[in-house]
Design a protein around this ligand. Structure first.
Ligand SMILES: [Fe+2]
Length: 171
């Protein structure tokens, strides 16, 4: 993916987010996450599909056009399917929330009782990068953890999962 490809992908994905009804704050957040995710993907070099990481990260919050709840990942995946986007992008979108959802957590959120945990390196890089961007600001995993504790409670399984995902992606 050269600079021209990157520009083109960014332009197309941003147009898609706007057409879906995402507000500008979401669009800017997605661009910031995509830039960080691409940096991380480049550090991984071999075996990571950088184009997929960039595209998936740009579209990860597509579902925020319809919902800002925990279900926005699933909803965004369904929207991406309707748009005919490739399955790998659909999965990045569906598995990016927090550090993923177990089937039980998904069911509790009113979603199909399926596992929505990031599995591939590309899925993990996007989920982790999302946790490290607060709006458009780069933050740390420590700050991200504090935010999850505040929102979900210190004992919530997501807290440990976010740290584990980050270590896995960085390591
Ligand atoms: Fe999100």
């Amino acid at each position: 993916m050269d600079a021209g490809d990157k520009k083109k992908i960014r332009r197309e994905c941003v147009a898609l987010l706007r057409a879906a009804g995402c507000d500008e704050a979401v669009v800017k957040h997605c661009v910031a996450v995509a830039e960080l995710a691409l940096e991380v993907a480049r550090r991984h070099n071999r075996g990571v599909d950088k184009r997929l990481v960039f595209e998936g990260a740009l579209l990860h919050d597509l579902g925020r056009a319809r919902s800002h709840g925990v279900e926005h990942g699933f909803v965004g995946g369904e929207m991406a399917k309707e748009l005919g986007l490739e399955e790998r992008v659909v999965r990045i979108i569906q598995r990016h929330v927090g550090a993923g959802l177990t089937a039980a957590e998904a069911e509790r959120a009113g979603l199909p009782a399926e596992d929505f945990m990031p599995e591939t390196t590309e899925e993990k890089i996007v989920a982790d990068a999302d946790n490290l961007i607060d709006g458009v600001r780069r933050t740390s995993v420590e700050e991200a953890v504090e935010e999850f504790k505040r929102k979900l409670g210190a004992g919530h399984p997501t807290v440990k999962r976010v740290v584990k995902l980050h270590e896995e992606v960085q390591g």
